[in-house]
Design a protein around this ligand. Structure first.
Ligand SMILES: Nc1nc2c(c(=O)[nH]1)N[C@H]1C(S)=C(S)[C@@H](COP(=O)(O)OP(=O)(O)OC[C@H]3O[C@@H](n4cnc5c(N)ncnc54)[C@H](O)[C@@H]3O)O[C@H]1N2
Ligand code: MOO
Length: 390
């Protein structure tokens, strides 16, 4: 058995890098920027008014002073001409500020009669003028890699980058295995259950940026597993679920080996998720997840999601860990790293009572995984521990 850390390092070595493609801005949300891009323009491209009011020469601003309004500057149409002493320009938010204007007095601080204005309020020190390039200058670099969120999309649009270079989304193909499984919505026989892992994992992987396909359930026989692995050809990452342990019907390792699996490792010193396997098959990366639903999801969080992120060009790294105080005493851990389903609330972590790896209701209630290192002694309430939030 290898450690979680070593298993993850081996998985990163197997992970293929996705090629680059170009998508329009409206399709770029959640995609990973493939290479640096630079602003095609300066924003704002001119000094712009931040308020609706009157533009004046800066040294003339004082309460009680009067000015003659000689023209108007609006967003999209500038005022052309000089602004002399004693003159003002009606100006609106977003309008280019004329060269001679150094201050915009907001209209609330002004009385206007005909074409004459008088400053009635305390104008303060803020000139209400946004300098040219105050947001960014032409050529400013937007650095890759980065998963693009709504604010990034707005910034790229403002930089006039209409087409965005992103990494291709990996095709992740999921194969559930087991005679006992039927799809959600079907009517199970008396000895059957619903295949849940495929759906939880698809949600997890799609959220991480993959395009996840669910293949028909493979049955616990060699022919069916071979057919499923055949159907998975062309995927960037093939993930099997179940059939990974030592039972007579656990055939994934044997069938994959028959089909040429180059195995990188089998079995990890962790709980849940011990019978995890990985390698390459037909040029594609393959991960064999254990069938117990919580084991499959925990392995998805700890291994498959970081692999998908690395495939997308993001840094190859473990899920983020935070520190929190234990709410209760916990007993000593054994010889496998334990990822305990836990609830973190008000700065305190409580491990959930039943840690059986079949309990999706417990996983669904949890909002984090408490990490117990190998051989960690008993810990009292108040001790600081590491956990992975989700
Ligand atoms: N003698 C031993 N038995 C077991 C060991 C062991 O070391 N020695 N390891 C246990 C551990 S730990 C795990 S985890 C499981 C993993 O077993 P498999 O990967 O072979 O999974 P299956 O036997 O196919 O299924 C286990 C369990 O999960 C259910 N399952 C499977 N696929 C799905 C799915 N897609 N959706 C929902 N539920 C699924 C399946 O019905 C079983 O109940 O082995 C232990 N045994
Ligand atoms: O380690 Mo298994 O993955 O506990 O249930």
């Amino acid at each position: 058995m290898i450690t979680v850390k070593d298993a993850r390092a081996l998985l990163f070595d197997l992970a293929p890098q996705m090629a680059e493609e170009t998508v329009p801005l409206v399709k770029a949300l959640g995609r990973v920027l493939a290479h640096d891009v630079s602003a095609k323009r300066t924003q704002p491209p001119f000094a712009a008014s931040a308020m609706d009011g009157y533009g004046l020469r800066a040294d003339e601003v004082s309460k009680g002073a009067s000015f003659r309004v000689i023209g108007e500057a609006a967003a999209g149409s500038r005022f052309i001409g000089p602004v002399a002493l004693g003159q003002a320009v009606r100006i609106f938010t977003g309008a280019p500020v004329p060269d001679d204007v150094g201050f915009v007095v907001i209209q609330e601080d002004v009385d206007r009669v005909g074409d004459t204005i008088t400053i009635t309020g305390d104008t303060g020190d803020n000139s209400n003028i946004r300098p040219a390039g105050g947001d960014f200058a032409e050529g400013q670099v937007f650095a890759a890699p980065k998963r693009l969120g709504p604010a990034d999309i707005a910034l790229l649009a403002s930089m006039n980058i209409a087409e965005v270079p992103v990494t291709r989304q990996p095709d992740v193909t999921l194969i559930s295995t087991g005679d006992e499984l039927v799809m959600p919505g079907e009517t199970p026989g008396p000895d059957q259950i619903i295949a849940s892992n495929t759906f939880g994992l698809k949600a997890l992987f799609d959220q991480a940026g993959a395009q996840t396909r669910i293949l028909p359930i493979a049955r616990d026989n060699v022919a069916s597993l071979k057919t499923a692995l055949d159907l998975a050809k062309g995927a960037d990452l093939v993930i099997t679920i179940g059939g990974a342990s030592v039972g007579d019907h656990d055939l994934v390792a044997q069938v994959a080996a028959d089909l040429g699996l180059q195995r990188a490792f089998y079995k990890v010193a962790m709980r849940p998720g011990k019978p995890l396997m990985a390698g390459t098959i037909d040029g594609a990366m393959m991960i064999g997840l254990p069938g117990n639903p919580v084991s499959a999801m925990v392995c998805g969080i700890l291994f498959a999601v970081p692999v998908i992120q690395a495939m997308l060009g993001l840094p190859a790294q473990a899920p983020g860990v935070r520190q929190v105080e234990l709410a209760t005493d916990i007993s000593a851990n054994g010889s496998r790293e334990h990822y305990m389903r836990a609830v973190v609330s008000d700065g305190l972590l409580t491990p959930l009572d039943n840690q059986d790896s079949s309990l999706l209701s417990v996983l669904s209630r949890a909002n984090g995984l408490l990490i117990r290192p190998i051989g960690d002694p008993a810990r009292p309430a108040g001790h600081m521990v590491d956990y992975i939030p989700f």
